[in-house]
Each structure stands twice: as C-alpha cells, then as structure tokens.
Design a protein around this ligand. Structure first.
Ligand code: F0G
Length: 478
C-alpha cells in the first residue's frame, strides 16, 4: 500500500474525504446578467434583494431554506407518495421517522417552520409571557411578539463576539437564563434553544449546554423546546468538538439532545433536505391535542398538515439522509472552505464558520455606515450589483426592536451579511467566486453608501421594505 492510499484510508475513516458524496444527475442552467441590467433591477427592487427576480441572480445565497437539491431517492419517494386525505402511507413514514429521530410521541405536520411556531405559540403564549431563547430567529421572534409576548435573547457572551474562536458560541448563558427567571418568574411559560443558532452565526449548542438548560427548566417546572431546523448540523459539531462524542453516531447524539427537551419545532426546509415542510413534535398529550385542533383550522387534517403526501414522503427520506455523516462532513467543510478563502482575502466574518452559512462582519468592513443606515444591507446590495450574488442582511434591518422595559429602540450587537449555502447545490469553484467577489465589494470602502428606509411594513420589515441610497446619490459613489 503506498503512502497516498494510506492517507486516503485515514481520511475515509475520519469521514474527512473532501469529495462530494454524490454525483450530479440533473442540472439547472444559471445566468449572469450584464451589470447594467443588474443596476436597473436593483433600483427597481428598491435596494431590497428579496425583490430581485431569481432568473437574474447568478449565485443565490439568500437562504439555505427550501433550496436544497433533493436526492434521487427523495424524488422516487415523491413519485410514490400517497395522496390519501387521512392516514396515508406517506404520513406513516413521516411520523415514524420523526418519532425515531426525536423520541417524541406526538408529531404535528405543517407546511413550514413558522407555521409550527404559530401553532405552538398560539397555544401556549399570551401577552403576559416572556420567552427566553439563545437567539430567536426572525420569524420566531415575530411569532412570539405577535402574541403580545416578549422574545428574550440569552445567548452566551462569547456568541456576541464575532472575532472569538470558540466551539459552542450558540450556547445559552445560564446566568442570563437564571436572571430572566428571577426577573420574570411565572411569566416564562417555556424556554427555547435554537440549534444551530442561526441569528448568531449558525453556531452550535453543546450537549452540555442543552443538559444544563434542561436542569434550570426542570427546577422551575417549565418545558424546554428545541427550534431544531439544523439539528443534524448541530449534532455533527457536537461529534467533532465536544469531549467524549467522537465515537457516537449523529443519530445517537441527536437522540440525546432531543431527550433533554420536551418537544421541538422544525422547519424541514433546512436539515430535512426538502423544498417545503415542517412539524412540531412533543410528548405532552394535552398540548398535542390542542395543536391538532388548531392545525385543522389553520393547515389541514392532522395526517398531512398543509403538505401533499409526496412532500411528507420527501421529508421522511431527507431526514434519514441528513444523518449520514459523510454528507454532513462535506456540507460543513464546504462552508468552512469558503471561510478559508475569505481569510486569504482578509474579509472579516463571524468566527468560526457556521454550519450552514458564513456571516460577514459588515460593521467592521463599513465603519463609516452607522447601524441606522444598514451597513449589511448596503453590502448585500453592492454584492448583487458587482457580482450577481444574492445574500441576506442579519443586522439592524432584520433585528432592531424595542426594549421590553424602556420601549427604546435597540440595535442588535452585530451587523452581518449572511452567505447561506444551499445543501448539495453549489460547487467549490462557485464558492471561490463568491469569496473573491466579497473581497471586491469590501475594497469599495467609503465609496459604498448607506441606505435609508423609504417605506416599511408593520412586522418583518426586511422582507418587504423599500430603500434608497442615503443622501440621494448612488449606492456606489464613482
Ligand atoms: N427557525 C429557524 C432557526 C430558522 O432558521 C427558520 C427559517 C425558521 C425557524 C422558520 O422556518 O422558513 O420554514 O418558516 N429560516 C430561513 C432562513 C428562512 O433563511 O434562515 P420557515
């Protein structure tokens, strides 16, 4: 055996082979439209990249949600999906798979994550309540606030320092959680943990932290729910980074953290590798009955919940596939590789690289643009203009909110631009182009202008708001 093959074997044993553990069967042509056209489209979209037609986007890193490439097995499952209104075969597969992975008894299907949040919070929250989370994702925060309740972020301090290299920056601060209980007491009906922590850089939560949060919740008699959209990626990080976890399977690790919680909400559009789907899973029978009753009004009968039978079938297959460690290794190392290329250019991003995305540090790159002129949005607009790449701001436009006590406007700690990587979709060379383009936009420096809001809706303003360059000039000054 020569030295090369020994190394390959060693890599293989560690699940570290750098190759895609799949080959391409279907392709979709993408186009880079000319700069002039991109300039016009950006102005027509009023500098909100959510409004740019996808046909004019070269590389779309707006989200990793619902943008996965499905496998041949998933497509096959779709073709044999059972479309019976009640108790279909596809529902059986969906329910069984989720029960096996999570260990929870009751499964409530719904069309995506926010529907799951709406069902759960609609059942459990009222306007007196306060919900601690490591960091609420935008729709989670909105669904809490829509009930008149307060969404309280309690991530550990390490999670708010973009430059710090630490293994579990998604962990909840136990001090902040205890303080929340001291302050709000009975007003806290449940605690949530978002794994991985999307709004905080796609950073994982450790098993030790889930266990510790569980202890606090038990002592207070309050249930713990996981927002588990990226649970398999979180489990992979635990396997790699947490003491004593290396020899366990992804499924075993996941089963352990699900076991510390009372239930979960999931957007299947992430780690179930599908284009649509979600669920709530939980042990409490009474709550499950309330959710099912609400489900019939809002989404559909409890064995399909707003999804076609074929969608249920694709979710079940995707959930089995995502537990494959070789897939996860390639997936997460592809994101890390993009980070390494950004390092070569000295482009700052939240460290370490997240599981599903890189979060560029717009505050650092554009210190001349204050939070109220949205440096992240400005960077994302310029990235489209310069390179046809679509990314998403995770900063003041998305997360500015009123302080629950004083009512004062609070800007988030970080101004980020998320490059979310769809699963099984883009190649290394395409991501090299992304990194090189980010460096070009960073180099624009003070030529890049901030953006002002021209109009905004009452909630989740980043999706629909209209913007214009500050001072009435161009986004990029000549
Ligand atoms: N929870 C987390 C952690 C999420 O990242 C998302 C969606 C949701 C809940 C809501 O799920 O979209 O299926 O209704 N995140 C997407 C994103 C939209 O781009 O990060 P959904």
């Amino acid at each position: 055996m020569d030295r090369e093959s020994t190394r390959a074997e060693e890599l293989d044993r560690d699940g570290d082979l750098p190759f895609e553990p799949y080959r391409v069967k279907v392709v979709e042509r993408i186009h880079r439209v000319p700069r002039q056209q991109r300039r016009r489209l950006l102005a027509e979209a009023e500098y909100n990249v959510f409004k740019i037609p996808s046909s004019a986007i070269y590389i779309d890193l707006l989200t990793d949600s619902g943008t996965s490439a499905m496998s041949d097995r998933q497509w096959a499952a779709m073709m044999t999906g059972d479309e019976a209104y009640a108790q279909s075969r596809s529902w059986d597969d969906f329910e069984r798979t989720i029960r096996e992975i999570t260990g929870y008894r009751h499964v409530i299907p719904c069309h995506q994550g926010r529907a799951a949040e709406n069902l759960l919070f609609g059942t459990l929250l009222d306007e007196t309540h306060v919900v601690p989370n490591n960091i609420h994702f935008d729709t989670t925060r909105a669904n809490v606030e829509f009930r008149g309740a307060v969404a309280l972020d309690c991530v550990c301090d390490e999670g708010l320092d973009p430059d710090l290299e630490a293994p579990f920056k998604g962990d909840m601060s136990l001090v902040k959680l205890e303080q929340a209980f001291e302050k709000y007491g009975q007003r806290i009906p449940l605690v949530m943990l978002t794994i991985t922590n999307n709004s905080g850089g796609g950073q994982p939560v450790s098993l030790a932290n889930v266990r510790a949060v569980r202890e606090v919740c038990l002592a207070r008699g309050v249930p713990l729910y996981l927002d588990c959209a990226r649970f398999a990626e979180n489990a992979w990080f635990i396997k790699r980074r947490e003491d004593g976890q290396r020899d366990r399977s992804i499924a075993e690790i996941a089963r352990e953290f699900f076991g510390y919680a009372d239930g979960c909400t999931m957007s299947a559009k992430k780690d179930a590798l599908v284009n649509i789907g979600g669920f709530v899973a939980l042990n409490d029978e009474k709550i499950a009955e309330c959710l099912a009753a609400r489900l019939i009004i809002q989404e559909g009968f409890p064995t399909y919940g707003g999804l076609a039978g074929r969608d249920l079938a694709a979710v079940a297959e995707g959930l089995r596939e995502v537990l494959d460690e070789e897939y996860l290794t390639h997936r997460i190392e592809q994101v890390a590789r993009l980070g390494a290329r950004l390092d070569e250019h000295g482009v700052p991003y939240l460290r370490p690289a997240g599981g599903h995305a890189i979060y560029l540090d717009a505050k650092r790159m554009l210190p001349h643009i204050p939070p109220n002129l949205f440096p992240g949005v400005s960077f994302a607009a310029a990235l489209y203009l310069e390179a046809g790449i679509r990314a998403c701001e995770i900063g003041s436009l998305m997360f500015e909110h009123a302080d629950p006590d004083t009512g004062e406007t609070v800007a988030p700690e970080m101004e980020l631009v998320r490059l979310a990587i769809p699963r099984r979709v883009y190649s290394h060379t395409q991501l090299d182009y992304v990194a090189d383009s980010c460096a070009r936009v960073r180099d624009l420096g003070e030529r890049l202008q901030g953006l002002e809001i021209v109009w905004q809706p009452m909630a989740l303003r980043h999706f629909l708001c209209r913007l214009a360059p500050h001072g009435g000039g161009e986004l990029i000054e000549p």
